[in-house]
Design a protein around this ligand. Structure first.
Ligand SMILES: Cc1cc2nc3c(=O)[nH]c(=O)nc-3n(C[C@H](O)[C@H](O)[C@H](O)COP(=O)(O)O)c2cc1C
Length: 138
């Protein structure tokens, strides 16, 4: 079994409300649980940044499904790597949006607003890892 982690960012087709995000997370958590996939999603200023971890074929298939979703476009893979163990395994899909901690972490990496296309692969992963300890309940 090959475990992988895929991190991508995308642009929401329109501003997402909390209930829009909730419907994405509800389906994500149910499906990911069945597929043994875990991860972390963040959203702000119409950008999504998401990490998916799990068995290679399951992650690849899910990514293709997600990439087809009309709720976002400009989907760009930031990193794809083989991992020994998942980092986000406490969450079928964790979530964090704008918060004081979110802004503090961005500032730490020299960003005044959420622009995942300006993050290096290392920064994007560290950002999601740090956010996973500071999640919003959605
Ligand atoms: C930003 C974003 C992240 C998503 N993340 C997941 C996810 O982690 N797991 C998942 O099953 N679906 C996720 N979805 C939803 C899928 O795109 C798709 O709607 C869902 O898998 C249901 O697909 P189906 O209708 O083919 O069963 C996400 C959608 C968006 C827009």
């Amino acid at each position: 079994m090959s475990l992988v982690r895929l991190v991508y960012f995308s642009r929401a087709s329109r501003e997402m409300s909390l209930s829009d995000l909730k419907s994405i997370l509800d389906i994500a958590r149910t499906n990911n649980n069945a597929q043994d996939i875990c991860g972390m999603l963040s959203y702000d200023q119409r950008y999504f940044l998401q990490a998916l971890e799990g068995e290679r074929s399951a992650v690849n298939e899910l990514y293709l499904d997600i990439a087809d979703d009309p709720r976002h476009d400009e989907i760009t893979i930031i990193s794809y790597e083989y991992i020994d163990a998942p980092f986000f395994n406490q969450w079928q899909m964790g979530y964090a949006g704008s918060s004081a901690e979110f802004s503090r972490l961005l500032k730490e990496m020299g960003q005044s607003e959420f622009l995942p296309d300006k993050m290096t692969a290392g920064q994007a992963l560290t950002f999601l890892q740090q956010l996973s300890g500071n999640q919003a309940e959605v």
